[in-house]
Design a protein around this ligand. Structure first.
Ligand SMILES: Nc1ncnc2c1ncn2[C@@H]1O[C@H](COP(=O)(O)OP(=O)(O)OP(=O)(O)O)[C@@H](O)[C@H]1O
Ligand SMILES: [Mg+2]
Length: 469
């Protein structure tokens, strides 16, 4: 019962039912149209034939009177496939013709009509039951004589039976073929849907790496499976990101928090003076600020990686944007004794998330200024911010002439909390480049670390039309 009701609730069943109904109605209308028009045609042919015969007989009567008319009718009645004829005298007695019996009173009224009758030569075992049908015309002759001319309509009735048979067959065939088509479609379609449902259940129960199989035909089900798989990829990626962030928080924030706690504890135990407490509290505030900054950076990376950047993409002039960023960082660079150069071409409009790309550039300039200051030799530290287009892409570069990053470390530094040994003395938490990489990916672009010989050149390679989310 439930299997049956489940079947009735399927789309394939409803579609099949709708199609069967449509085709049956179509058959009904086509056959009905043919039946009606054929009937009209046959009728008008009968009437025409009767009228022509009557005209001929009237002519015979006019020329030769009743005697001649009776002779002609006698003759015509005996021909094979003859029409129906009858001539009666005023008392109603048959004089000539091939009609055996008629409904009483039919001959009293002249005019055309349809009637039942019995042929003269037909075996009449039940005289009062008239079995044949005809279209007839009754004519009153001078002197009270009556003449009837008609055509049997058995042919028409036969045709009607054939049409009715055709209709029954067409409905039957429509239903049978519809049911067969429905069975074929539902057994294939339902099977694929069941397979997809089964596979999604497996994935749901825990096999998050599992994917829905494709039939390889490229049909709707394959496309559906592809979309579902893409969705699963994204979910897996987000989940992995989430796990990573919680791991990061658990591991990398634990150390500074413990340090903070120990410092406070140490101050409580060791500092008897007010200055001692003040110094400890100030150090605590500074360390808390650092922690908050790290937290914010981590959350921002997680948000950008989840594909929901704060603020939307906007069309903006890259020259103006670089000039704004430069204006913010020039004083910082100057203070650090670093020469800061901006090469901002005018008139290039690109589609970016201004806030995110601005933050990424800020992180890169911050790194360049921070690490280029220690060139080691006596060359003047220098940072260059530039932009150029390359086909449909916009390349934003931040270069410095500092110590650079060895080739082997260039992928590693993009990971969270990775800081190179040489920079341990500088403040920072190792999240700056991770955010830049996340911003690049969220725009559908990439980050490249290159050798500036000497120094580091970071290229932010983004689609100019705003590729990602
Ligand atoms: N321009 C550069 N020159 C030399 N080394 C660099 C440069 N930029 C980054 N690095 C190295 O890559 C590491 C990671 O950089 P990242 O910006 O991710 O973190 P950070 O600068 O140490 O800290 P944060 O940016 O979170 O304050 C740095 O610690 C540093 O060792
Ligand atoms: Mg940094």
């Amino acid at each position: 019962m439930t299997a049956l009701s489940r079947l009735f609730r399927t789309t394939s069943f409803r579609l099949a039912a709708a199609f069967i109904l449509v085709f049956a109605l179509n058959g009904f209308f086509v056959i009905g149209y043919i039946a009606y028009n054929t009937r009209v045609l046959i009728n008008s042919q009968h009437v025409e034939m009767i009228d022509a015969e009557i005209a001929g007989l009237a002519e015979q009567y006019r020329v030769g009177g009743l005697r001649r008319l009776v002779g002609v009718i006698d003759h015509r009645s005996r021909r094979p496939g003859a029409s129906l004829y009858l001539v009666t005298d005023p008392t109603g007695r048959n004089i000539a013709g091939n009609v055996g019996a008629l409904p009483p009173g039919l001959l009293d009224e002249p005019g055309a009509r349809q009637t039942a009758y019995e042929r003269l030569d037909a075996p009449t075992d039940k005289p009062d039951e008239l079995r044949q049908h005809a279209v007839v015309r009754v004519f009153v002759l001078p002197g009270g004589f009556r003449m009837l001319v008609g055509r049997d309509i058995a042919e028409r009735e036969q045709f009607r039976d054939i049409i009715a048979g055709a209709f029954r067959w067409s409905v039957l065939m429509t239903v049978l073929l519809g049911v067969a088509a429905w069975y074929f479609v539902s057994s294939r379609v339902l099977k694929r849907i069941d397979a997809v449902a089964e596979e999604s259940r497996h994935i749901m129960v825990g096999d998050l790496a599992g994917r829905i199989g494709l039939a390889g035909t490229g049909d709707e089900f394959d496309r559906l499976a592809e979309s579902l798989n893409a969705m699963l990829d994204r979910i897996e990626q987000l989940l992995r990101g989430l796990t990573e962030v919680s791991d990061n928080i658990a591991h990398d924030l634990k150390t500074p928090l413990t340090r903070l706690r120990n410092r406070v504890e140490g101050a409580l135990r060791n500092a008897p003076s007010e200055e001692g407490y003040r110094a400890a509290l100030e150090a605590t505030i500074a360390e808390s600020d650092e922690l908050i900054r790290t937290f914010n950076a981590l959350l921002m990376i997680a948000r950008v990686e989840a594909g929901s950047p704060d603020g939307a993409m906007t069309d903006l002039d890259i020259g103006t944007m670089l000039a704004d960023v430069a204006e913010l960082y020039e004083p910082v660079a100057e203070e650090a004794g670093v020469e800061f150069v901006v090469e901002a071409p005018a008139g290039i409009v690109v589609r970016l998330n201004r806030e995110l790309v601005g933050q990424a550039l800020a992180n890169l300039i911050d790194n360049a200024v921070k690490y280029a200051a220690e060139t080691g030799d006596d060359r003047k530290p220098r940072v260059e911010l530039a932009a150029c287009t390359d086909g449909g892409r916009i390349l934003l570069t931040v270069s410095d002439n500092g110590p650079g990053i060895p080739e082997a470390d260039r992928t590693r530094v993009l990971d969270r909390f990775v800081r190179l040994e040489q920079s341990r003395t500088k403040p920072g938490s190792g999240l700056g480049l991770s955010l830049v990489a996340a911003v690049a990916h969220s725009h559908g672009g990439e980050i490249r670390l290159e050798d500036n010989a000497p120094g580091l050149r970071v290229v932010l390679d983004l689609p100019a039309s705003g590729g990602g989310s």
